[in-house]
Design a protein around this ligand. Sequence first.
Ligand code: ATP
Length: 524
Amino acid sequence: MALKTTHMAQEDLFKKLIAHCKEYGYVFPSSEIYDGLGAVYDYGQYGVELKNNIKKYWWDSMVLLHENIVGIDSAIFMHPTIWKASGHVDAFNDPLIDNRDSKKRYRADVLIEEELAKIEGKIEKEVDKARNRFGESFDEGQFRATNARVLESQTKWDELHNRFAEALNNSDLVELKQIIEDNGIVCPISGTRNWTDVRQFNLMFSTDMGSTADGALKIYLRPETAQGIFVNYLNVQKSGRMKIPFGIAQIGKAFRNEIVARQFIFRMREFEQMELQFFVRPGTELDWFEKWKVLRIKWHQALGFGNENYRFHVHEKLAHYANAAVDIEYKFPFGFKEVEGIHSRTDYDLSQHQKFSGKKIQYFDPELNESYVPFVVETSIGVDRMFLQIISASYHEEIVEDANGQKDTRVVLRLPAPLAPVKLAVMPLIKKDGLPEKAREIIEELKFDFNCQYDEKDSIGKRYRRQDAIGTPFCVTVDPETAGDNTVTIRYRDTMLQERVQIGQLREIILNQVGFRKLFNQLN
Ligand code: ATP
């Protein structure tokens, strides 16, 4: 049987992914029968399982594997002064710009970042072309340092990048617009340069708590889960007798009124974050920042999607609270994009809460015999972006040949087994002679350990394909021989190989692959 992965344009791939997510119960547009709601999505029967498994992978890697990390679950509603103290009321803005012809709205910074990515793309194309031409003897470093076209593009990139970084750091909206004009950036819809001025737009949603009669309180839907951790720092430190360095982890919903919400679940208005705030002694934060960078990229790479598909991206502009920041980017079908942010947040947040609440938020360090406001290193990752990363990396279309030489396309989600929504499907070869009962018996035994699915409809080949499409790593088939010798066929999703095994062996074979231990072992 010949196997070949088909190559398709990345844009097509992305469209197919979105359609696949809907067709197979992973992700649905929110309120679809009412024509949807911009950038809000619902997770279906398989989507929620994958999401829960992602959360478990993250949570356990933090809370189980580190004795100095504990978790909390804080409320979404918080006292509004928290967002004053954190700086979100005054500074949680994105620069927006409209195109007068298409009436479309964009983030000015994203338009410029896309222009930078275009130049990078040009350089990569030149390098690829040369690599193909020179073959084995190709010296990439030398080519990049000497080729005239590459150098010209690189100079252009450097100039644009420097100008952009400066404009961002100065919050210079006029200059941002000027950069867009000077670089001839056009609206992707209308193709024109008919831009409005750049304006700031606050991303927080607000609502009213309490009835207006007794003076309703304007509160915000949290735009990050981090503040729920900071305001509970003292509670956790005291009740848990935590000693610095220690971390508090949290998973929860966050809300941002994103200006442009495109690219499916990459940028949503309601999403979920997994955040760790790690409290350290002042002066040690940059060492911890480096340690967390290494730990976090390992966590991603353990999934086996290819280390070359990840990179660190250093921020052009540091947020008002940070003294170091880096993103982990993954190569999505639409290019390298942020999945996770790692930030050294200094003592900014705790100091601000100390100031605004009037409560002392400090740690007495018995080794130093002094009190201080701890410094914080944060790792912050979006569950939904992680979900998209996993689905993009797992989706494959393969040309397969059956025993008669007939070609067919197989769509398979090569999900890492511990994350797969359904771990095994049990199928009676035919719907009689006691085979369905035997299949049910196997499920009754294994359902306490694994998410199992029973399937008796259609030919066995069709059933395998259905399971491939949802990413089920194992299919177990019960046939007439089973009653006699207690054996079944186990079929492996990735290789499509089949093996005859004892029913009693199934649990161990499956557990070996779907347990999280394999992933966790790579994190040391
Ligand atoms: P971006 O530059 O893409 O807007 P950000 O730098 O504002 O993201 P952070 O504030 O660092 O993002 O948030 C941490 C993580 O939360 C991001 O790495 C991302 O995975 C996730 N995230 C942020 N905004 C969204 C969103 N609108 N939809 C889905 N996930 C998001």
